[in-house]
Design a binder for this molecule. Sequence first.
Ligand code: UD1
Ligand code: UDP
Length: 373
Amino acid sequence: MTQTILVVFGTRPEAIKMFPVVHALAADPAFRVVTCVSAQHRGMLDQVLAIAGIVPDHDLDLMKPDQTLDGLTAALLTGLGGVMDAEKPDWVVVQGDTATAMAGALAAYYRKIPVAHVEAGLRSHNIYHPWPEEVNRKIIGTIAALHFAPTETSAAALKAENVAADAIHVTGNTVIDALQWVSARIEAEPALASGLAGLEARFAGKRIIGVTSHRRENFGGGLEAIAEAIRQIAARPDVALIFPVHPNPNVRKVMEGALGDLPNVALIEPLDYPHFARLLGLAEIMLTDSGGVQEEAPALGKPVLVMRETTERPEGVEAGTARLVGTDTARIVSEIFTLLDDKAAYSAMARAHNPFGDGHAAQRIVELLGNVR
Ligand code: UD1
Ligand code: UDP
């Protein structure tokens, strides 16, 4: 008998990390895969759906400008619950730590539908960093019947919370599957990632730093400090910063106000995944507060400076490719200058390795879902 698997996601990072799972489920006749997007993100989600070739079966279209966490969560619970009542899935699969993932797990629990959690067990042990993701993960971890931990570290965190060992499986992180898939697509069809050519020409001869920033816990001070650091870094004529700006109005306002006038800072629209992969390739250093970029950069051997106080992804830091630099302006500037000016410091961080996975996580997840029938 085929099992119905309801795959729920809603933001850009969930879509990137879930599309390999959707592809693998769709290729296995043992499953009927039903996709439901909350569209907590609209434009950035649609960019991923387009490249991955996924047309969702259900689209709740829930994004509102500058949405609040309580309004969004309330709408998610009722919207996702309605889809579960209609589809009656055997399993609900959620990914990561967003409001969509947390509400998807909770709505499934209210219906006693078992939940499988992709990217389980990440913990910073600080409920305000990242906020609200640390608690979202813990809620999902309490509900899930199957925990797909990306690494041994995340599996150990779940065991320390008394999750049954036989419910935890180390699969690797599906982000590496996604990155390998998109890299192969670009190789076969370079035009998929050729849209940065204008910027590449404009910044020829300069050393490229790729930047992303969007964390809610950095609103109200942190973002301003980050913007000031970028201004000071951009005072160097030998560098150029390429910064695809998150569409959250709280982020845009600060970054456009502080950086809009600098000739060697390109504030651009969010890049689709092939173009972001291209930016990862062009950049000498990544400066970010993103979770996913902390996983992708080590896989490509790109030093990544993480503008957070703590991380739930210690593997990159332990391996030496990632460094936590917080949101203090002087610290960010000095860490970037060290990497730019000290060849030994740069080489020590620039080492390609994959602490987060081998590119076969989605296949393992689908096999594990098949085994629990
Ligand atoms: C959310 C996730 C966070 C994840 C991040 C990835 C939660 C609580 N947070 O962040 O874990 O790291 O996504 O980016 O679930 N917007 C657009 N177009 C888009 C996307 C967003 O205009 O395609 C704007 C809207 O005004 C929206 C705002 O950005 O209201 C914030 O979106 P939201 O999903 O709430 O983002 P975050 O909570 O910051
Ligand atoms: N990303 C992208 N285009 C961009 C910026 C990021 O495709 O302009 C990808 C990036 O490669 C990573 C993911 O989006 O896979 C990270 O998303 P984000 O930083 O929004 O969320 P987080 O990972 O912090 O939850």
